[in-house]
Ligand binder design. Sequence first.
Ligand SMILES: Nc1ncnc2c1ncn2[C@@H]1O[C@H](COP(=O)(O)OP(=O)(O)OP(=O)(O)O)[C@@H](O)[C@H]1O
Ligand SMILES: [Mg+2]
Length: 267
Amino acid sequence: MAAIDAAALTKRYGSTTAVDELDLAVPEGVVYGFLGPNGAGKTTTMRMLTALTRPTSGTASVAGAPVTDRQRLIERIGYLPEEPPLYDELTAREQLTYVAGLRDLPADRTEERIETQLDRLDLLDDADTRIDAYSKGMRQKTAFVQALLHDPDVLFLDEPTSGLDPRAARTIRELIDERAARGTTVFLSTHILPVVEEHADTVGVLSDGRLVAEGAPDDLTRQAEAESDRTLEDVFLEVTSEDPAEDAAGGAVGGGAGPATEGSPDA
Ligand SMILES: Nc1ncnc2c1ncn2[C@@H]1O[C@H](COP(=O)(O)OP(=O)(O)OP(=O)(O)O)[C@@H](O)[C@H]1O
Ligand SMILES: [Mg+2]
């Protein structure tokens, strides 16, 4: 059984097609790197796969639960959104304890686990400070711990290292590897190529809501090099290129989309 299955998954907002007949079959235990320019539809895809928004058409299931069965689904998945919603008036420890309670996790084990994870992410000193005093990175780390608390089968991470300093980004990357080693399926969107090159078993490139390339990072790189002496980065830049002339140069992964505005890799 695939951990993530999607067939002709589509989301339209008015006249905008954010995700266009997307097919996905992500096997269990795989780290899947989801690449694509700003506005390609990565977040929208994740929101459909986590039952936060309803597909316009198509079907999907995650860890055996159809996305239409929200209750069953959310027991099995963890999600780190682009902008994690946290309770500003709580401390990180309170927030995590509260969410663990909502999930009916055993209190004693949870407390220990929260402690360990906060320590791991250098958040222990601030664990009893209200979240409204947190930096973006501190919020991100809190939300990351929250996404993992219940040991999900499938973990969705939307730009997990965004806003993190290099040390925190590295810790997050280590935690992703540890999860993967324990068999968790990780579906991760990022603009940072080294993250997918190092951690992803499979890469999918989304452009204008469509999957334009998919494969092992090494294979995509080899394919790009063999066809036109390009690196995976060249291919990625091409997909994210604003210049139609560059798009027309075509190749391994096809057409282009909107501009990429993200700066240089930060992790
Ligand atoms: N709630 C919404 N209402 C209307 N349009 C939306 C909504 N959410 C997303 N869109 C549109 O859907 C398209 C895909 O957006 P999405 O946020 O999924 O892209 P993304 O790949 O996550 O981009 P980024 O890399 O910037 O995070 C964009 O054109 C966006 O404007
Ligand atoms: Mg996004």
